[in-house]
Design a protein around this ligand. Structure first.
Ligand SMILES: [Mg+2]
Length: 128
């Protein structure tokens, strides 16, 4: 399975707005089309647990321009269903191992180092 990080991997967050990372998004779409096992693994809080990142009315008012929820992004840009895993602020290595992930695509250097330490290959989205 190939795991895609969300923030600043699939979705680029700028000072005042966000935009899809087209190169990474196209890679994900291609893999989905080929029915390659893929998932989104984000350290964001699960919407079931927390109002963070555009879920509650309060956050929507403040952040709706700046952030998009992972679910909204998937709805907007992907035609195929994809599993989304939230690590709720924790590093991803344990979740990646549990899911049987072989490659992690993540902008965060520390996440990549932790994944590599448990034998998972990684890719910096900058190099895609
Ligand atoms: Mg990230």
């Amino acid at each position: 399975m190939i795991a895609f990080d969300f923030d600043n991997t699939l979705c680029l967050n700028h000072e005042s707005h966000w935009e899809p990372n087209k190169r990474v998004l196209n890679l994900l779409k291609g893999l989905l089309k080929q029915r390659h096992p893929v998932a989104i693994v984000t350290a964001r809080m699960s919407p079931d647990l927390s109002p963070s990142f555009g879920i509650s009315e309060f956050y929507d008012k403040i952040y709706s321009k700046k952030y998009i929820s992972v679910e909204e992004f998937v709805k907007k840009y992907l035609n195929d269903p994809i599993d989304i895993y939230y690590t709720n602020g924790k590093y991803k290595a344990a979740t990646l191992t549990r899911l049987g992930v072989s490659i992690l695509i993540d902008d965060n250097e520390y996440e990549r180092a932790e994944a590599e330490a448990v034998g998972i290959a990684t890719l910096d989205p900058e190099n895609i």
